[in-house]
Design a protein around this ligand. Structure first.
Ligand SMILES: [Ca+2]
Ligand SMILES: [Ca+2]
Ligand SMILES: [Ca+2]
Length: 285
């Protein structure tokens, strides 16, 4: 349990709750698997950051965001749940930001927001994978069948995708996922959530997110999921042109003009990769 501290690069498995975070805690780079709930927040308010974690094989939910405060962030995580729900936002959370995550579910609900936690919620640039008997979303008790309904009715996840994230091999060569509590055997060593080069998660994070920690060629844009903006990100093609908008969720009208935006990598000889204010004060991002 953390209250304002930092949990980094741990393996957390076989618990009721893998990580319980409150205050301004930072939970980063952990492998959290085979717990009832992977990461839970709360305890008089959570305003911290949950970043670059792989969370999987939970019993109830991968992430339960309780008492979230404005500024709290769930970003660049990979969630893979054959049984459990993905992300639950509850217990009066307010102003939670959910971005650049992979959420793959096989039987639960990918994202659900309970009554009283819907205010100022921000969710975008996520990659959802809904397979088996899984459902896309629940909003204050109502089923939301798909991403299109979610984005058009609620204005959430307008740049998000529903596709197979194409992990290298989620359960590894032994074809067993995570930790088996009944025999006390850990099958997680070969569980592999890096993205294949053909993954739709490559270069699909928020275009304004940092990507400089990714090896080149990196598409000048971060990948979605736990390895986005890290040295373990899957590389991009040498040359890339991407249309940013329209991206398929817009309603377009005949004979009216629409602005098309795009980004490129490896096409021109010079390109700004980051603009830094080295002379000024510190900047929070
Ligand atoms: Ca395995
Ligand atoms: Ca396998
Ligand atoms: Ca990239």
């Amino acid at each position: 349990m953390l209250n304002g501290g930092r949990a980094a690069s741990n393996r957390l498995f076989g618990n009721q709750v893998g990580v319980f975070a409150g205050g301004q805690s930072e939970v980063t780079g952990n492998r959290v698997y085979s717990n009832d709930i992977g990461i839970q927040t709360g305890n008089y308010g959570f305003g911290g950051r949950i970043i670059n974690n792989v969370i999987y094989d939970s019993e109830v939910a991968a992430v339960a965001l309780g008492n979230g405060l404005p500024g709290s962030v769930l970003e660049f995580n990979t969630i893979h749940e054959p049984v459990a729900d993905g992300i639950t936002v509850h217990q009066g959370s307010n102003g939670v930001s959910i971005k650049n995550n992979i959420v793959s579910v096989g039987a639960g609900i990918a994202i659900q927001v309970e009554l009283g936690s819907e205010s100022s919620l921000h969710s975008d640039y996520n990659l959802f994978d809904i397979h088996g008997t899984a459902k896309f979303a629940k909003w204050v008790g109502y089923d939301v069948p798909d991403l299109l309904t979610w984005s058009q009715r609620l204005g959430l996840d307008v740049h998000s995708l529903v596709e197979n994230p194409q992990f290298v091999d989620a359960n590894g060569a032994d074809n067993r996922l995570g930790y088996d509590a009944t025999t006390g055997t850990d099958y997680s060593d070969d569980d592999e959530f890096h993205l294949l080069p053909s993954s739709p998660g490559i270069d699909r994070a928020n275009p304004f997110a940092w990507y400089l920690s990714e090896p080149t060629p990196n598409g000048n844009r971060a990948n979605i999921g736990a390895y986005g903006n890290t040295p373990w990100a899957t590389s991009s093609p040498q040359r890339l042109v991407q249309v940013l908008s329209p991206n398929g969720h817009e309603k377009l009208e005949a004979e009216s003009e629409t602005r098309i935006t795009w980004q490129t990598a490896g096409v021109t000889t010079r390109q700004p990769v980051a603009l830094m204010n080295v002379g000024g004060g510190s900047v929070a991002y």
